[in-house]
Ligand binder design. Structure first.
Ligand code: MN
Length: 195
């Protein structure tokens, strides 16, 4: 079973996350940030990666540290659960439509963190949630998960839909990339000898 548990404690946040790459998309997420919980639930549901996450952060300041640090912890858990990456598809992509919004994601579990981000939000807030934190989350996930992550907004005018379509699109691309490829027969999906 490809599972990992990460506990990360700083002066700003305390986070415990456990994931199962071979799950069924079960989620049990509590961060204290309602909209962000809703997004992480989407990530689990549509990647089929089981995610249990508990975060206690300095929300009296704002949501920034909590959202960013959940990205760090989830990225670390992903890298740990992937192990040596033998037999996986490695690459993933998806174009996901949700009402007005369409988000395209292409990613590589390359161990070369890089974020290409072309997702603009028409509003600064979704309820009380700062839309700029969506990028912060994926920057942290890419950096600590060793992901080359490209995300583009093709269409969209509703910030809630744009954010949600982003999480769903990345989730579906991740599902593809972490999946075992039977034709890879346990080999490393690289000619370099390491990933
Ligand atoms: Mn929603």
């Amino acid at each position: 079973m490809r599972t990992a548990e990460i506990t990360r404690t700083t002066a700003e946040t305390q986070i415990t996350v456990s994931i199962n790459l071979d799950g069924t998309g079960k989620y049990d997420v509590t961060t204290g940030v309602g909209f962000f919980d809703h997004m992480l639930d989407q990530l689990a549901r549509h990647s089929l990666i089981d995610i249990t996450l508990r975060a206690t952060g300095d929300l009296h300041i704002d949501d920034h540290h909590t959202v960013e640090d959940c990205g760090i912890a989830l990225g670390q858990a992903l890298a740990k659960a992937l192990g040596d990456k033998r037999g996986i598809r490695r690459f993933g992509h998806f174009a996901l439509a949700m009402d007005d919004s369409q988000i395209a994601c292409a990613l590589d579990l390359s161990a070369r963190p890089f974020l290409v981000w072309n997702v603009d939000f028409p509003t600064a807030k979704i309820g009380t949630f700062d839309t700029e934190l969506v990028r912060e989350f994926f920057q942290a996930l890419a950096t600590h998960g060793g992901i080359t992550l490209h995300v583009d907004r093709t269409h969209g005018f509703n910030s809630h839909h744009i954010a949600e379509a982003t999480f769903k699109s990345v989730a579906r691309a991740l599902r593809m990339a972490v999946e075992p490829d039977p034709r890879m027969a346990g080999e490393l999906p690289s000619t370099k000898g390491a990933l």
